[in-house]
Design a protein around this ligand. Sequence first.
Ligand code: SAM
Length: 228
Amino acid sequence: MPASNESLRSEFNRWAEDGRGEGMELDHLPITLPVLDLMQLQPTDNVLDAGCGAGWLSRLLAEQVSEGRVVGMDISDEMIRRARKNYVDLAHIMFVVGGVDEIPWEGNFFDKAISVESSYYWPDPARGLREIFRVLREGGSAWILINYYRDNPHCHQWARHYQIPTHLLLAEEWAQLFRDAGFTDVAHRRIVDPTPAPETYTGLWFADAAQLRAFRAEGALLIHGTKR
Ligand SMILES: C[S@@+](CC[C@H](N)C(=O)[O-])C[C@H]1O[C@@H](n2cnc3c(N)ncnc32)[C@H](O)[C@@H]1O
């Protein structure tokens, strides 16, 4: 395994051990639900959840694709161990350890691929997108949702807190990576988080409640494209 993947794995294993895998559902659910609507999931769809963390989104997807299959994949074996423990009850979910640079799955299998708050950590996003393109079948689509992107000035300070390298790209740069990977009908849009901001903010990621409000008003970035 390349050294960059090894350091991702140990960093996110630490996150998993601190319970942050499960905790992310609270922050990411409000921006993910509108994406699930846009994806127009069909009951027979096979879906890849790339960088699935502790598995909450794979579980939601599995409820919608009752006759298909959901594969949650993550570079962190500890996230995957927890995902398996959290969601043993649905037969058509499977969790696998793997990196997007070499997705451990056959080509032309998935109808949809989604990745939430993961792609800016990928050591080589261009390669990850090419791999997602490979595992999608013709007519399949990829949906990438991120909160950390250059067009939103209210997240740039996060760089100070990351222990691993990240990519702070413009929306249009992500769209170009999609096109370079072979996707067509590439588009991007903002997904605004409707959660009311608290009166005061004392956390690590924002200067104050006003900045958190401004960040949420900008919205998350969704990029999507189709394999034709
Ligand atoms: C911020 S968490 C988000 C997890 C989940 N999608 C969620 O919304 O709760 C980012 C996840 O991406 C995974 N990840 C990072 N780089 C990856 C890569 N190259 N391949 C697969 N997973 C990766 C991490 O291990 C981590 O679980």
